[in-house]
Write a protein that binds this ligand. Structure first.
Ligand code: KG4
Ligand code: ZN
Length: 336
């Protein structure tokens, strides 16, 4: 079955075509980063309008590049949440309307399930069960995964998500938007001579808290001469603190569940130092870590097409209503 995947939950318009046997056929991404960078962050109304402009042309292009007539598409998968309501509605309304016109099923995909399953698009996909660390701009989740749709929440951030902490810290250092990648580039020029806290690692449990790190950054920055080297050193110390905190919690999650496979996905999983810290921890634990390729760490249509394909193949689909849920706990998903 060929599945058209549509992602519009935030600031990237993603479209992909995935086939259950042939794999990924085509994937296209339009990033709104340049537009939002003028404002220092995502402007929801502008995001929605830009998805409207870009989505249908991208769908046409994906069909053209894959040389498939639209009649070959057997189902449509779209991100229904969590995300920005206006942005989600563009994808949901387009997907639902196309599915109705083409007389095929449409299925609503949970954005974080998309991230969680993104490593399944690689040559060496993880087998179930595994622990998943999902680190994006809106969420930080530790999940025990026993199958598609079988997600038990082990821990989550009580305040800022990991990506949000990167973005806010980058803003404090005057790096602009999107902060995560910019901060990680700057961190490479620095030495972590400041000792940042590893939040919530001194007590048991698998929850996270990253909001204190930005206050720590601000206070540390104000006590320096604010040179470029100071900024780079702070970026390095911040990044090391996040990497070590994530690593400590993942180690704990593997110990607690007795599992030996760890999936790490979401935008922040593109971070080199975080990848290195998790690889090192897993090696010591004799565990295996699975990351998506870099372009599928951040938002994309391929992960949505893949996740939707699994649900459509199992006979799941949405009714004719346009379904979008800006807040949607991952543990509420149904089993496939
Ligand atoms: O998964 P994603 O593309 O969108 C959401 O679902 O939120 O994640 C975006 C987040 C942003 O906060 C961005 O700053 C962060 O991922 N990010 C990074 C890196 N690349 C993206 N953070 C740290 N290092 C990176 N290399
Ligand atoms: Zn995402």
């Amino acid at each position: 079955m060929y599945v058209l995947g549509i992602e519009t939950s935030c600031d990237e318009t993603g479209v992909a075509i995935y086939h259950n046997e042939r794999g990924l056929i085509s994937h296209l991404l339009y990033s709104q980063v340049d537009m939002h960078s003028d404002y220092g962050g995502v402007v929801p109304e502008l995001a929605s309008r830009d998805h409207i402009r870009k989505l249908v042309p991208l769908i046409k292009q994906a069909l053209q590049e894959s040389q498939l007539p639209s009649s070959d598409i057997g189902g449509i998968a779209y991100t229904a949440g969590p995300g920005l309501m206006g942005a989600l509605l563009v994808g949901a309304a387009t997907a639902r309307s196309l599915a109705w016109a083409w007389q095929i099923p449409a299925v609503a995909v949970h954005h974080m399930e998309g991230h969680l399953l993104a490593p399944m698009l690689e040559d060496n996909p993880p087998a179930f069960p595994f622990v998943a660390l999902l680190i994006s701009g809106g969420h930080t989740l530790l999940v025990q995964v026993t199958g598609i749709g079988c997600y038990q929440l082990l821990g989550e951030s009580l305040d800022d998500a990991a990506g949000e902490a990167f973005d806010k810290t980058a803003k404090l250092l005057g790096l602009g938007y999107p902060g995560g990648p910019k901060l990680s580039v700057l961190a490479e020029q620095g030495v972590p001579r400041f000792k940042f806290p590893r939040p919530m690692t001194d007590r048991p449990g698998l929850d996270f808290s990253f909001s204190g790190l930005k206050t720590f950054t601000l206070n540390t920055f104000q006590n320096t001469d604010k040179t470029e080297q100071d900024k780079a050193d702070i970026a390095a110390a911040f990044q090391l603190a996040v990497a070590e905190t994530l690593s400590i919690k993942c180690k704990r999650a593997l110990q607690q569940t007795g599992l030996t496979r760890l999936v790490v996905a979401g935008g922040v999983s593109a971070n080199k130092q975080i990848r290195a810290a998790l690889n090192e921890m897993a090696d010591k634990m004799h565990a295996q870590v699975y990351f998506p390729r870099l372009e599928f760490c951040t938002d994309n249509g391929a992960m949505i097409a893949y996740a939707g394909c699994q649900r459509l193949m199992a006979g799941q689909q949405q009714d004719l209503a346009i379904f979008a849920r800006p807040r949607w706990p991952i543990a509420e998903l149904s089993k496939v």
